[in-house]
Design a protein around this ligand. Structure first.
Ligand code: NDP
Length: 448
């Protein structure tokens, strides 16, 4: 079967999984040459095997709310591929979670994890549970109930979940506690645990910091620096606020963050004090717009940040948050670099457009791999029962992001068109990640 036939067959089988099909097409668009260059890939049906998860575990989660009512949610774990290491990928709690979203995220995770150079396979999971408006007791009961259903399918050398949207340190700790209780085993079965009971320093900051380290390498490849660069960030969660913090540390001016209610624009730029305030505000689940009373700036209700003039855009909220019209808005407002902190925040049409406009573009699977890279370091620290210092891990994170940048750039060097200064990081990341997983499958023969 050709890659096109595989995609057609996926479309026939999964017409109701648009996000998953979108992610497969995005990868396929850039690996076809590498695929055809190695006849073993088609002989061993590598593309067909890598586009069908090893298994999808789907379950019901019953839990009790504060009024004593029984609530019922759906839960999933998509174990996509353990070709190069234990399944690894986050858990997302959000009402938009469904099998399509988790399959897209799990599929992307195979290549992202391979890019880090660490031995980790790809997976993703979560629930349509909405943490918004829930009490701490309800969150705890839900997390316990969720892991009670999932625990038998995970393990420190089998499948190691982590956080994602709606799942932070608090939720991971509740789930870890239930796992420990059920199995009597204190191991590195989840990453993103609290520091002091198995968690790694810099894991919280890693995705946002890592995305900015990736950007640092992109700028340096163009002989540019952060100084005088205006950065627009969407999202106000873990990734967004740590990206803002690191960009500020490296001398950029960060002008926006946003959430599902609108955009906060501070023309004076965020300072560390302001970012700390934003972290506290979001942690307390209070509105972003209160910022304006505290520090000034403007609140753009229901708007995204791309109407503001800037040099660098970092979409750090969620999938498909930037469509073609918004990509056009970015370019019209001077954006020269787009670095994806979120997973698949640009639609395929938006990606095509900014690339045509010679905007330097870094896909999420490369730029946001810092989070899972430090999760990998958390796994190894747990295995040897030792902790490393923040400084040591920060150096390692920065080096991993440089390696990912350089590997992706090198993979497409021979294709570099003279008409553009842009490095094709999208193709580079897909090719490097794909080859690492594909070569393992070929070596295994018929088994996964
Ligand atoms: P958080 O839950 O901490 O924050 C998500 C942010 O995005 C919030 O500001 C939220 O707004 C906003 N948001 C979520 N959904 C929507 C939506 N449909 N429309 C508008 N805004 C939305 O998540 P993270 O920061 O952890 O994750 C953000 C992205 O980064 C995701 O794509 C995730 O998969 C990806 N990622 C995360 C990693 C990590 O280590 N955390 C690792 C790699 C990728 P509100 O507060 O109003 O809900």
């Amino acid at each position: 079967m050709s890659m096109q036939d595989v995609i057609q067959s996926l479309e026939n089988r999964y017409p109701h999984q648009p996000e998953f099909i979108q992610a497969v097409k995005e990868v396929a668009s850039s690996i076809s040459d590498a695929y055809e260059a190695n006849s073993d890939y088609s002989k061993f049906k590598v593309f067909e095997r890598l586009t069908e998860p090893d298994r999808v575990i789907s379950f019901r989660v019953n839990w009790e709310d504060d009024e004593g009512n029984i609530q019922v949610n759906r839960g999933w774990r998509v174990q996509f591929s353990n070709a190069i290491g234990p399944y690894k990928g986050g858990l997302r709690f959000h009402p938009t979670v469904n099998e399509s979203v988790l399959k897209f995220l799990g599929f992307e995770q195979i290549f992202k994890n391979a890019l880090t150079g660490l031995p980790m396979g790809g997976a993703k999971g979560g629930s349509d549970f909405d943490p918004k408006g829930k009490s701490d007791n309800e969150i705890r009961r839900f997390c316990y109930a969720f892991i009670r259903e999932l625990y038998q399918y995970i393990g420190k050398d089998i499948d190691v979940p982590a956080g994602d949207i709606g799942v932070g340190g608090r939720e991971v700790s509740y789930m870890f506690a239930m796992y420990k209780n059920l199995t009597h085993e204190y191991g590195g079965v989840l990453t993103g645990k609290g520091v002091g009971f198995g968690g790694s320093l810099i894991r919280t900051e890693a995705t946002g910091y890592g995305a900015v380290y990736f950007l640092e390498n992109m700028l340096s490849a163009q002989n540019e620096t952060f100084t005088d660069k205006r950065v627009l960030i969407s999202g106000a969660g873990n990734v967004a606020l740590h990206a803002a913090e690191k960009a500020l540390m490296l001398d950029a001016t960060v002008l926006t963050v946003s959430d599902s209610q609108g955009t906060l624009h501070d023309p004076a730029g965020f300072t560390q004090e302001k970012i700390d305030w934003l972290k506290d505000q979001k942690a307390a689940r209070k509105p972003l717009k209160d910022y304006v009373e505290e520090f000034g700036g403007e609140w753009l209700a229901g708007e995204k940040p791309w109407q503001i003039k800037g040099d660098i855009a970092m979409p750090c909220a969620t999938q498909n948050e930037v469509d073609i019209a918004e990509a056009e808005q970015m370019v019209a407002n001077g954006i020269k670099y787009v670095v994806e902190g979120a997973n698949m925040p640009l639609t395929i049409a938006a990606i095509d457009y900014i690339r045509e406009q010679h905007v330097h573009y870094a896909p999420g699977k490369a730029a946001n791999a810092g989070g899972v890279a430090v999760s990998g370091l958390e796994m190894s620290q747990n295995s040897v029962r030792q902790y490393r210092s923040f400084e040591e891990l920060d150096v390692q994170l920065r080096q991993i992001m440089k390696n990912i940048h350089d590997d992706a750039a090198r993979a497409t060097q021979h294709l570099q068109a003279e008409s553009t200064p842009c490095i094709d990081y999208m193709a580079g990341a897909n090719i490097v990640g794909f080859k690492r997983a594909a070569d393992a499958l070929v070596a295994y023969g018929v088994l996964n």
